[in-house]
Design a protein around this ligand. Structure first.
Ligand SMILES: [Zn+2]
Length: 162
């Protein structure tokens, strides 16, 4: 635990911990400031999410398991570690989601705890993989709105985002 960098949420200053914070600390911090009920943020460079961030502007629910967190918006490319990428990510998440793709970069997901943020990141990567395969096969078939809306609304409630 003494290695974990602690950052003051109000100032962004690194106050404790032996290891230097990630260059993406500003993006994590801005998400915590905007999604006040979320206590964990996971950022990955997962390959299928990154591929889909280049192919589409919004990732629809293709696999049913990802429906609660779909559709996933793509934040336009910004320099990693910048304030601009932090703002683009928060804007792409909007009020009713806790995950977005980062164009040519990866994904970022928040949750009430680390386990939830991690599983949202995994669902989105899995959905991206299935979306990618169906996209290159020429028939990406998203769920209709009636197929994901109920699950999405339930997730919004469960996450306390309503
Ligand atoms: Zn990154």
């Amino acid at each position: 635990p003494d290695m974990v960098p602690v950052i003051d949420l109000a100032t962004g200053e690194w106050t404790e911990g032996k290891c230097k914070p990630s260059t993406e600390a500003p993006m994590h911090r801005l998400i915590f400031l905007n999604k006040v009920k979320m206590e964990a943020v996971v950022h990955t460079h997962s390959p299928f999410a990154t591929a889909m961030s280049i192919l589409v502007e919004e990732l629809p629910a293709v696999a049913a398991a990802s429906a609660p967190y779909s559709p996933v918006k793509v934040a336009p490319f910004e320099i990693p570690g910048s304030q601009e990428i932090a703002e683009a990510a928060v804007k792409a998440m909007g009020d009713h989601n806790v995950v977005c793709l980062l164009e040519n970069h990866g994904l970022i997901a928040a949750g009430r705890n680390v386990s939830q943020a991690m599983s949202i990141a995994e669902y989105v990567e899995e959905n991206s993989q299935i979306a990618y395969y169906t996209y290159v096969a020429g028939k990406m078939k998203p769920l209709p709105e009636s197929g994901y809306k109920i699950m999405h609304d339930r997730a919004v409630k469960k996450l306390g985002l309503e």
